[in-house]
Design a protein around this ligand. Structure first.
Ligand code: ZN
Length: 332
């Protein structure tokens, strides 16, 4: 099977903690650029003690309670101390919990900075995938390294070489994987806030969780939501386009109309913003299904499929074909 850029990207993301070069296809926020950690961040107070923190990886969310701070996602290793610094600008309460929405390195790479004082929580598959990442790198990256060398992609070569070196020397207990894992749901109680963590059907990966702050009425979607961007669906980590639609339907059915929505990437929005992302998934699945019904091959479908209404979406060029291919593979 021909290797796609997405395939390479999927595996690049496995290397939690050394993921700087593997930052996902940019989902630019006004602050999305390399720079000194404190220039990277933008903090936004939302409601009920919940904040969104934009940085260089997946968006961070956090809740400040009377006796504890709860954080969602940790971006990258190099800027994680800056995340803690940003939290410290609004609270000196202890950071007791860190929830990972899934295993990708732009959401878990900073775990190490939290592990000595916070309980790190995620769905069972997140821990499994993080602990397995050295073996996956040693299995898959040497081949990708050869291809990157042939294609003259210097950045990829450097990243892959670093990742392989890391995978050879890392010990499993050095990987800052979640130490508390759950199967389907978990609740964290802090003051009068109840933070619900819901595992969804496989969507972006097979370990996705959505974090809902019930009293504040704010939801952190992890990478179940790329706002105004084509989503990345990591099929190699158990993700699914049809699952993505089902997962979004389930979440949308559970959250109130006036919810504030923190996407994994892109700007904070509302329920309508989230529904637009669901609409996109529905259209790509619809296009794939129509093509299959008309007897068109995958190649024929991919060479002509377009969703013009979404061309202004971030990463349309980089990710649309991958999402379309996955949709074609899945639809009946
Ligand atoms: Zn992700």
């Amino acid at each position: 099977m021909p290797k796609t850029p997405l395939r390479a990207f999927a595996s690049l993301l496995l290397a939690a903690g050394i993921a700087r070069a593997a930052a996902p296809p940019p989902t630019p926020t006004p602050d999305h650029h390399d720079g000194q950690p404190n220039e990277v961040f933008r903090l936004q107070a939302l409601r009920g003690g919940v904040y969104a923190l934009y940085g260089r990886g997946g968006n961070v969310g956090f809740f400040v309670g009377p006796d504890a701070v709860v954080v969602v996602d940790s971006e990258f290793k190099d800027i994680a101390p800056g995340i803690i610094g940003q939290i410290r600008t609004v609270s000196d309460r202890p950071i007791k919990y860190l929830v990972n929405t899934h295993h990708h390195g732009d959401h878990t790479g900073g775990n190490e900075a939290f592990r000595s004082f916070a309980v790190i929580i995620a769905q069972d598959n997140v821990r499994k995938r993080m602990l397995a990442s050295p073996q996956v790198i040693l299995r898959d990256y040497p081949r990708e390294l050869e291809e990157a060398k042939k294609a003259g992609k210097a950045d990829d070569v450097q990243f892959l070489e670093d990742a392989i070196a890391w995978a050879k020397k890392v010990k499993v207990d050095e990987i800052a994987a979640p130490m508390v894992t759950f199967d389907s749901e978990l609740r964290i109680h802090v003051g009068d806030e109840t933070i619900e963590v819901w595992h969804t059907p496989p969507a972006h990966t097979d370990g996705d969780a959505v974090v809902y702050f019930t009293r504040a009425n704010v939801v952190h979607m992890g990478d179940l939501f790329f706002h105004d961007a084509v989503p990345f669906i990591d099929v190699s980590s158990g993700g699914s386009v049809m699952g993505y639609a089902t997962a979004l339907d389930k979440v949308i059915a559970r959250i109130p109309a006036d919810v504030i929505v923190i996407p994994g990437h892109g700007q904070v929005t509302d329920l309508n913003g989230l529904k637009a992302a669901r609409q996109f998934i529905g259209e790509i699945l619809g296009a794939a299904e129509a093509a299959k019904k008309a007897g068109r091959t995958k190649q024929e479908f991919l060479s002509s499929v377009e969703l013009p209404a979404y061309k202004s979406y971030d990463a349309y060029k980089d990710r649309f074909q991958g999402a379309a291919a996955a949709a074609y593979d899945e639809v009946p």
